[in-house]
Design a binder for this molecule. Structure first.
Ligand SMILES: Cc1cc2nc3c(=O)[nH]c(=O)nc-3n(C[C@H](O)[C@H](O)[C@H](O)COP(=O)(O)OP(=O)(O)OC[C@H]3O[C@@H](n4cnc5c(N)ncnc54)[C@H](O)[C@@H]3O)c2cc1C
Ligand SMILES: NC(=O)c1ccc[n+]([C@@H]2O[C@H](COP(=O)([O-])OP(=O)(O)OC[C@H]3O[C@@H](n4cnc5c(N)ncnc54)[C@H](O)[C@@H]3O)[C@@H](O)[C@H]2O)c1
Length: 472
């Protein structure tokens, strides 16, 4: 017998940061809302990604900064206390329990259904084959991503770590091999080397962080090497074999690397292979292509939305939450029959995804960027000029740490006289990034930025140096 439908205005599939925020926005707009979650409310970000990874990294960064100054350097008498760092990480993940987030959901009046949800045709979601949830206005898919593993002989038998293991492991492996050259690879190589592993980073390309300005990858690689990571560029892993506690990785040149664990940080795939996409005419396992209000383009009727990682616009928690706010507002406007404004920077368009999405890589040094790199701006056909500065020349940076090494780049659209991209790389630059995001998203004219005076002596004075260089 088919289950009796339970009707809501909005059904949200997946309770990560995006799903939570989208449900919150829909509910706040007066729409009855249900959230379906198969694991933990809070998603990848809270338990196996942003929070635990940053909890693993922060102590190492603090130690590195203390070691960069006479006086504090002498006060550092040993290495990181790995057990204390892991224990603090466990606190940040609530020991992998979601009680506090469930409590928050209850306080908002959003209903929670635990289980695996699948689309079951138009406006319907079937949970564990037992409960049928139907939506008067919208179904929003926020099912996120999982780690992608390539086909390499012996990989499955080697029991590789994915980002989940790298963020939740309870012990520090003696030797850790990390495969990949993206954000997860460089952050986790930094964290585990700091915690005492001997890390070998195996990068198939000629550098890391290839979506950022080239100097970002170069400085981050220099930091990894200085920390003792064995970095191998242009290196392919062709085979793996595990014998008991040891994994042998065979490389393209015939050499081998021995490790106790191997982390594959080789990108993400959407969690859409088993969510009933075929019932609405979509390909299982595909990314969900959406318009700026996060409506799935290929499905008619204006009821199916996809927000967060699953739409592949920007695989970042803050952008997922931003899309959730935009999508929630668009769903509410369409439900109320009021005007929907999806023009650039309108209330129902996630315009910042493509022109002003910020990202910080929490390595030592940190790499922070927003908007377009020089190469991206040129590919977009803009008439641009890039201005570079050594951050170490700024008084605030030299006070921050001896031999401060860092670099900043500002990419200026010469036709509109606004900044379209900024990158900072150096110790403690993360908190500088929002100033750049405001400048890029606000399209603040250069002539007005000239009046935005950075406080002396802060690292932010690099803004002044960049503007002075631009004006010659
Ligand atoms: C190691 C690592 C570190 C990261 N660090 C950062 C960082 O510092 N800053 C940053 O901005 N981003 C970071 N990210 C990216 C960030 O984790 C993601 O962008 C973010 O989690 C995406 O949120 P989401 O809600 O779209 O998806 P997710 O967080 O993946 O949540 C999706 C939810 O949907 C649920 N779900 C899936 N399928 C179903 C189903 N069929 N039925 C019911 N529930 C389902 C899942 O259980 C999960 O709870 C990091 C990623 C990794 C891997
Ligand atoms: N601090 C942050 O904001 C943060 C931290 C971690 C992750 N993230 C997000 O999570 C997403 C996923 O990160 P990621 O590092 O897993 O993916 P990624 O796409 O950033 O990097 C994947 C890397 O793996 C390499 N690769 C792919 N296939 C390979 C193969 N078969 N063999 C060897 N190397 C291979 C790629 O060349 C690339 O260097 C990112 O898009 C990022 O936005 C953000």
């Amino acid at each position: 017998m088919s289950p009796k439908p339970e009707q809501y205005d909005v059904v949200v599939l997946g309770g990560g940061p995006t799903g939570e925020n989208l449900a919150d926005r829909a509910k706040a707009a007066g729409l009855s809302t249900v959230l379906v979650e198969s694991q933990l409310i809070g998603g990848e970000c809270s338990y196996w990604a942003c929070m635990p990874s940053k909890a693993l990294l922060r102590p190492w960064l603090a130690l590195a900064h203390a070691r960069a100054l006479p006086g504090t350097r002498e006060a550092v008498t040993g290495e990181l206390d790995a057990a204390a760092v892991l224990a603090r990480r466990d606190e940040f993940t609530w020991h992998w329990h979601d009680d506090s987030q469930v409590e928050w959901l209850r306080s908002t009046g959003i209903d929670l259904v635990r289980g695996h949800g699948r689309l079951a045709g138009e406006r319907s979601v079937l949970v564990d084959g037992e409960r049928l949830l139907t939506a008067r206005h919208a179904v929003a898919v926020c099912t996120g991503t999982r780690a992608a593993l390539p086909h390499v002989p012996g990989l499955a038998e080697a029991h590789p770590w994915t980002s989940r293991d790298a963020t939740s492991a309870a012990k520090v492996p003696g030797r850790l091999a990390v495969v990949g050259g993206g954000v997860v690879a460089v952050e986790m190589a930094t964290a585990w080397q700091g915690l005492g592993s001997r890390v070998t980073l195996l990068v198939r390309g000629g550098g890391v962080l290839d979506r950022m300005e080239p100097f970002a990858g170069e400085l981050v690689l220099a930091g990894l090497t200085a920390a003792g990571v064995d970095v191998r560029l242009d290196t392919e892993v062709t085979r793996l074999a595990r014998h008991g506690g040891e994994v042998t990785l065979t490389l393209g040149d015939g050499g081998t690397v021995l490790a106790d664990e191997v982390l594959y940080a080789t990108g993400r795939v959407p969690r859409t292979e088993d969510i009933g996409l075929e019932t609405v005419g979509l390909e299982p396992g595909s990314w969900l292509d959406v318009d700026d209000s996060c409506l799935v383009r290929a499905v008619e009727g204006g009821w199916l939305y996809a927000a967060g990682d699953v739409n592949h616009r920007a695989l970042l928690t803050h952008q997922g939450k931003y899309q959730a706010r935009i999508t929630g507002a668009a769903i509410a406007a369409r439900a109320a029959g009021t005007a929907v404004d999806t023009s650039r920077w309108g209330p129902h368009a996630a315009s910042a995804d493509t022109v002003g999405a910020p990202q910080v890589v929490f390595t030592e040094p940190e790499a922070a960027s927003v908007g377009l790199s020089l190469a991206e701006a040129e590919r977009a056909g803009l008439r641009v000029r890039a201005v570079d500065q050594e951050i170490g020349n700024v008084a605030g940076a030299s006070l921050y740490g001896d031999d401060y090494r860092g670099r900043a780049r500002m990419v200026v659209d010469l036709d509109r006289d606004v900044i379209v991209g900024v990158t900072f790389v150096g110790p403690a630059v993360a908190e500088l990034l929002h100033s750049a995001t405001v400048a890029v998203v606000g399209e603040v004219p250069i002539a007005r930025l000239w009046h935005a005076v950075p406080a002396y002596p802060t690292i932010s004075e690099v803004w002044l140096r960049l503007l002075e260089s631009l004006r010659g």
